[in-house]
Design a protein around this ligand. Sequence first.
Ligand code: ATP
Ligand code: MG
Ligand code: MG
Length: 545
Amino acid sequence: MSEHKDFLRTIVEEDLASGKYKEIHTRFPPEPNGFPHIGHAKSICINFGIARDYHGLCNLRMDDTNPTTEDTKYVEALKDAVEWLGFKWDDSVRYTSDYFPELYGYAVELIKMGKAYVDSLSEEEIREYRGTVTEPGKRSKYAERSVEENLDLFERMKNGEFKDGEHVLRAKIDMSAANMKMRDPLLYRIRHAHHYRAGDKWHVYPMYDFGHCLSDYIEGITHSICTLEFENNRDIYDWVLDTLGLKSPRPYQHEFARLSINYTVMSKRLLLQLVNEGRVSGWDDPRLPTIAGYRRRGYTPESIINFCDSIGIAKANSTVDVAQLEFAIRDDLNPKVPRVMCVLDPLKVTISNYEGTEEFDAPYYPEDVPKEGSRKVPFSKEIYIEREDFSENPPKGYYRLTPDQAVRLRHGYIITCKEVIKDADGNITEIIAEYNPESKSGSDTSGIKVKSAIQWVDANTAKSVEVRLYDRLFKDEAPQTLEDINPDSLKVIKNALIEPAVITDKPDERFQFERQGYFYADPVDYTDEAPVFNKIVGLKDSWHK
Ligand code: ATP
Ligand code: MG
Ligand code: MG
């Protein structure tokens, strides 16, 4: 458990200590209308994390009361995300739609108590009658309907006798309440639509404010944790449960600040639009802030969980810098993954004084990583280095290969540039170099000092691979619309070259390509014949340079 106790855990501890609850029971209640994103991960970590820490239980509940937007593919994505993050829900997955009969029964009870009525005002009139923050609202004349009439109308609403919008069921609370949400909130509306799970049986669907508190109660939830936007809905939550006299255990709502991250969007509406308009390859596009996207990109569950823990639980909304998430994945991968060599933009180097072939023994892990394992790195007369690791006119502070500056080939020899070959347009096509036979890494007696070691691959044995480099999906720090999209967020390199052990030896799925960053074998498109690697993250925070 984290050292700094957050306010939710403080509440839970107090509730256990006072005996208010014997056992705590939380829930994660997404609406299955989109793929879960990093904000959902935050909520998953809070709800499942609290249940774990206090030996309680956490339900996974599909809050599926809106027939027009929900789908089983989203249910599957949500289950997947929770499992991938390593959490287990209590029993089987719950569905608010399974409670429709019970919820209907509670609505009938409210009607019988004179606490709910069928209103037949239009949507517009309902809005008008509600009043404003400074002006009290006025009650609909339909609020005078008798219990019998209300019962009859509500049943006929359920049976599908009326059109969408013709009637609604409302709670009879207070049309001049300071909290506008309490001005006779809607409990049910008519919807003639096919529900992905309940089929065509229902013609009335419960509103969030009615369905949520009762679903919590039905499941024996103790702490109903939601985001700040629902602060004003808490009064309705309490009103419904208290009016119906539901106790033991009686759930209470607690709000925390929703997570937002810069350079991306998290609203499901915008995410859906990105996917539907084909601006990304799908819900699992590695540039999206979806769990499926991070997963495909190569993020680990540990990194996401560590990130969620590190940002804490706040009571005021704020935006977290995406650099903090990137720190978490680097921090997780650094002590875990093998270091290998890959050249993204190959420049041929011919070593004129070398003949034959040899293999260098190279450990996969640096000394400070407590893991064992090494591979053979083949070497011969023809190699490739990164084009940007050679400069004819080096800027100040350039430590790599130049006509006057030797460089070490990582795990191999020191080479010196002898000649630069160019095509008719003046582009460098090849370097002729010489190696120093006494300079072999690990047994260097050459006495030559170099300022850096660069990655390289042997021309004869290197494998051609596709590398996908990702940048921020949005160029704007706080994007509002899809117009702020970064047109260069994906760069595909078709013919990068990688040392053969990565493909043949396969020491891992995630790697550090030395001096380039962390990469992941794409779980969908990768084959040994046509390998594809996704860049997870760079080696250091290069964005804010
Ligand atoms: P949207 O507004 O995009 O539709 P939502 O909040 O309606 O998002 P749900 O699927 O209903 O999405 O959310 C499921 C749970 O995840 C809720 O308890 C919600 O509070 C929580 N959640 C959603 N987004 C975030 C976020 N950005 N940060 C923290 N928790 C979130
Ligand atoms: Mg929503
Ligand atoms: Mg919601």
